[in-house]
Design a binder for this molecule. Structure first.
Ligand code: ADP
Ligand code: MG
Length: 471
């Protein structure tokens, strides 16, 4: 392997970083590794420009733990995400640093973070400021959905997602910084989602964030995607701790007690499909298109929810978990019994499915609110139930949650739907909240994690596999 490394070109890298990072992939110069392993800015820049001038592909190993690196070595193509992703990011950083003069107006003690999100099927970058009083301000918010890329497959295809993130990431970060009107110099920290999610996408976002953090000398905060969802309502509505969060998206269905920044208790989670996934699969079954949630909701408007009986999974159970795969199977069986499906059959099936979901949530969330009260957690008269995730766009679900909260004395807080679905504002904000809470930046060697429960004590459930809880 070493014979393949051209020592003349690599001399600087060897001197600076030792042989280990170069050994990660002898065929390509792992410019990313020096970033992860430390080094001075100017040295880094030298390595960087050298790589660029040779149009050399760059290995993306910096976010991998040793075991993943080993896997990558035996399959270099799989883990080499993009021929020049790091290089482009680096160019951009240099360009911005040169073009913009340092702002003469101080940010009035505001702390400003760049946020990056790429854990699933949205590529996003944002710039958010937080004042000393805890108020936040969104300076830029750019999201690129990959919906069209995945539509033909009826769900998110991880490899397609990772490639799409690579193609868009640099452009989006540039756009976000441009929109924000602040210079890179004004940005105090970089926050990127490092888990849980699809590993390829996470690598792209984490790699870009770490490269910018390193090149600009800013701290890097690796953020848990779920923490971003959990804290968004503090940015949008100033919600105070403790509060309950219901997260219902394509990848997650959870009820989480949010006690403070970094203090989460997962009270319930799905033991099989996420709720958004159940919507998407139901839609796929009836050829309604992707993403399925909005299509099911639309078809349900003209349907009779009572015609087809469907189960209310987990209703009445003391534990606060969810299960949707049985409901999905029941829909499939009902559809098969009615086949060929007329338009009215589809509408009735969708309406019945939506009603089953709404009633299931009424039970699960209702019990959670009662537990919140019973445990004496409510410091305030009207503690908050916060929703997050794309399914929170569903009006039938919102109605149920609103009436539940009214009847149990909770404030129902639903951030704007743009901030309920995946976005980078929430990631920047989570970084800002961590910084304000005195939680230190976790550094450039933090690896991405496909599994990363927000609540470290959360137990693994059936379907989690040997590796424990996924999220
Ligand atoms: P993820 O990125 O984890 O898939 P998002 O927060 O981006 O989740 O939300 C996407 C999910 O939300 C999809 O599963 C989609 O079907 C669902 N969804 C979007 N709008 C609605 C709606 N009106 N009703 C039900 N589900 C919806
Ligand atoms: Mg999404």
């Amino acid at each position: 392997m070493y014979s393949e490394i051209k020592l003349t070109r690599q001399k600087l890298g060897f001197q600076l970083f030792g042989e280990k990072p170069l050994a990660a992939d002898g065929r390509k110069r792992p410019v990313g590794d020096p970033i992860a392993l430390g080094g001075k800015y100017h040295d880094f820049e030298h390595v960087f420009w050298q790589a660029m001038s040779h149009h050399q592909p760059v290995a993306c190993f910096m976010s991998l733990c040793e075991r993943q690196r080993a896997a990558a070595r035996s399959d270099p193509v799989r883990f080499r995400l993009h021929p020049a992703s790091t290089v482009v990011t680096g160019c951009f950083v240099n360009r911005i640093a040169r073009r913009r003069k340092y702002s003469s107006e101080p940010m009035n003690k505001k702390t400003v973070f760049l946020g990056i999100e790429s854990s699933c099927d949205e590529t996003a970058a944002a710039v958010v400021a937080r004042g000393a009083d805890g108020h936040g301000e969104i300076l830029a918010d750019v999201v690129l959905s990959q919906m069209e890329e995945h539509a033909a497959f009826g769900g998110v295809v991880p490899e397609i997602a990772a490639r799409a993130h690579v193609e868009a990431m640099d452009r989006l970060i540039a756009e976000a910084i441009h929109q924000s009107g602040v210079s890179l110099q004004d940005i105090d920290g970089i926050a990127a989602t490092i888990g849980p999610g699809l590993i390829g996408g996470l690598l792209v976002g984490a790699m870009s964030g770490k490269a910018i953090a390193y090149a600009s000398g800013k701290p890097f905060y690796g953020v848990n995607h779920l923490e971003g969802h959990a804290l968004t309502a503090r940015l949008t509505d100033g919600v105070s701790f403790p509060f309950l969060m219901l997260l219902v998206s394509g990848g997650h269905t959870q009820i989480v007690l949010v006690r403070g920044v970094g203090q989460y208790e997962r009270w319930g989670t799905t033991i099989d499909d996420a709720l958004g996934e159940a919507f998407d699969k139901t839609a796929k079954l009836m050829d309604l298109g992707y993403p399925g949630g909005p299509q099911v909701e639309k078809a349900a408007v003209t349907g009779n929810p009572k015609r087809i009986p469907l189960p209310r999974p987990m209703r009445g159970e003391a534990r606060l978990d969810f299960s949707f795969s049985g409901l999905k199977t029941a829909v499939r069986q009902a559809a098969q019994a009615l086949a060929p499906l007329e338009e009215q059959d589809v509408a009735d099936l969708c309406a019945a499915f939506q009603l089953a979901v709404a009633e299931t949530l009424r039970d699960r969330v209702g019990r959670s609110l009662a537990r919140f009260r019973a445990e004496g957690l409510a410091d305030e008269d009207r503690p908050a139930l916060v929703v997050a995730g794309g399914v929170a766009a569903n009006s039938a679900i919102r109605e149920v949650l609103t009436s539940l909260c009214e009847s149990q004395g909770f404030a129902f807080v639903a951030p704007p739907i743009r901030l309920c679905t995946d976005n980078a504002v929430m990631i920047a904000w989570a970084g800002l909240e961590r910084e304000a809470a005195g939680l230190s930046a976790n550094g450039l060697d933090m690896a991405v994690r496909s599994r990363w429960p927000l609540d470290a004590k959360a137990s693994a459930l059936i379907g989690s596999g040997k590796k424990g809880a996924k999220a």
